[in-house]
Design a protein around this ligand. Structure first.
Ligand code: SF4
Length: 255
């Protein structure tokens, strides 16, 4: 077994690996194991996993920093290295074969993930890997052969990221032509629809691959957007994605 280590998000002293149900996207409601990796190449102002990147010394400003009580995270308290073999052992104790690899931006650690997925598939070929990505990295051939589903979430202007950083055309073209991909857009205001329509036209993405998901960290915030977002989905033949974990557990980690 290769001795590679992954950088995972840390809760207390433990890596953020947990079993729950998928709360977003095409597999909503499916029992799944979540592996949350640390690090991100983007800095979305509304990111709900800002502990994976918004550490002391990071120049970018998260919306939460407008609140007096918010402080940037201390990196060593939020990141933990875990060997591939330890992750395999942890997963072996869980009676579930659907794995959601999330972050942060997990595709920063493709090489290590290849090792992890290879070992798990060797143990049981029924392992199903879906990855949540911001769509800025092109998968290697080896990585692609192991992944079952790409949940690509391109970032819009509302994320506060520079377009040059958030829209990598070669990567988007790769995902738009992959049968394994779906595109999940986080929507804050209905005016963002024109930006989404222009994006999917630019990359020739069919409506059947598109999901619209409300931005929100509370049930109330989601409810305010659901009605008009569902209407837009009906109008354009997109799929609505809820955030079921927020409705069930609230904005908590590790659930
Ligand atoms: S790409 Fe995802 S993890 Fe990275 S800052 Fe944006 S929302 Fe957060």
């Amino acid at each position: 077994m290769k001795r590679t280590k992954l950088k995972l998000s840390k809760i207390g002293d433990e890596p953020e690996i947990f079993s729950s149900i998928q709360g977003e996207g095409l597999n909503t409601g499916k029992p799944s194991i979540f592996i949350r990796l640390s690090l991100c190449n983007l800095h979305c102002v509304w990111c709900d996993t800002d502990y994976t990147w918004n550490w002391e010394g990071v120049k970018h400003i998260h919306n939460n920093e407008l609140r007096d009580s918010y402080k940037k995270y201390i990196k060593r308290e939020q990141i933990i290295k875990m060997s591939v073999s330890s992750i395999v052992n942890t997963l072996a104790d869980i009676n579930c074969r659907s794995v959601v690899i999330t972050g942060g931006e997990p595709m920063i650690q493709q090489k290590q993930l290849i090792n992890l997925m290879k070992i798990l598939k060797n143990i049981d070929n029924k392992y199903f890997f879906e990855i949540e990505t911001n769509g800025t990295f092109i998968p290697t051939l080896e990585f692609d052969q192991l992944i079952n589903q790409y949940n690509v979430s391109p970032k819009l202007n509302n994320s506060g990221n520079n377009k040059r950083l958030r829209e990598k055309s070669n990567a988007i073209k790769y995902f738009s032509s992959s049968k394994k991909s779906n595109f999940k857009f986080v929507v804050k205001y209905r005016e963002e629809l024109s930006e989404i329509l222009s994006f999917i036209k630019r990359y020739n993405i069919t409506s059947s691959k598109v999901l619209l998901m409300p931005e929100g960290r509370t049930k109330k915030e989601l409810d305010l957007k659901t009605i008009w977002l569902v209407e837009l989905c009906k109008q354009y033949n997109f799929t609505y994605s809820d955030r079921l974990h927020i409705r069930i557990f609230g904005d908590k980690r590790g659930v």
